[in-house]
Design a protein. Structure first.
Length: 255
């Protein structure tokens, strides 16, 4: 620890003539020398920027509790400090404080109603709380940003769970326009087509998943089932075998 601190302070000394202490500390953060940066920031006068950066440092060091304390202090000093508020809310989500995270992002979405990410972050927190109010928020995200892959995925997945296949397919195809190789979207579309008994379409999308290196026991089994349903028995057997190769503990009962 002492060697690390000394190295950091040596770097700081070499650039002090050209940079302020804050600039030095920020440079140290950029190269991952958090302990040396922490030492410099602790010597600075109490400002919102100081506590926000301390929050960054403690979060990078894995001390989430101290990170939250410092982000919160930054917001107390300057309630308009957007970066600290966003980082604080995301850290609340990361530490499973979903209700608090939603509360902060709700305030931010009121202040910045055209920012789709604040609605999306709210929706994520609400989904974790199994609150269906998340889905109108996701619709707002897509209205503001029609290419928001995560929002489109969550909406497609939700509609699939309700067997609303037309909505599922529309959302999935919208996402694939800008990210044709999004594996989560391709997976949802494959499952939708399979559930609709559109087996040839399902086969195409499951094959795409495999090309993307997302071949799993589930994918190979569903692909095999799709081949079986279009009487392509040789391909069905081939893919059942691949599914078993992935999970040797499952007995081969398919054929």
């Amino acid at each position: 620890m002492r060697q690390l601190l000394c190295l950091g302070m040596l770097i700081a000394h070499q650039v002090t003539l050209a940079q302020t202490p804050i600039q030095v500390a920020d440079s140290l953060i950029n190269v991952g020398n958090y302990t040396a940066a922490l030492h410099i920031y602790n010597e600075q006068s109490p400002t919102a920027r100081k506590y926000s950066r301390l929050g960054n440092i403690y979060e990078a060091l894995g001390n989430n509790q101290k990170a939250k304390v410092n982000y919160k202090q930054a917001i107390r000093i300057d309630t308009s400090f957007l970066i600290a508020a966003v980082r604080y809310a995301k850290l609340l989500y990361k530490t499973k404080n979903f209700q608090e995270s939603d509360s902060v992002f709700k305030q931010l979405s009121h202040r910045f109603p055209n920012n789709p990410d604040f609605y999306f972050q709210r929706a994520k927190a609400l989904i974790k709380q199994q609150d269906t109010l998340a889905y109108p928020l996701l619709n707002t995200v897509v209205l503001l940003d029609g290419n928001h892959q995560e929002a489109l995925y969550e909406l497609a997945k939700y509609n699939l769970s309700k067997r609303r296949f037309k909505a599922t397919d529309t959302l999935a195809l919208q996402a694939l326009k800008t990210y044709p190789s999004n594996p989560k979207i391709v997976g949802v579309l494959a499952q939708s087509k399979f559930m609709q008994k559109q087996y040839k379409e399902a086969i195409r999308h499951y094959q795409h998943l495999i090309k993307l290196n997302y071949g799993s026991e589930y994918v190979y089994t569903n692909l095999a089932n799709a081949y079986f349903n279009v009487s392509e028995y040789e391909y069905a057997i081939e893919n059942y075998k691949k599914a078993q190769e992935i999970n040797q503990h499952v007995p081969m009962l398919y054929y």
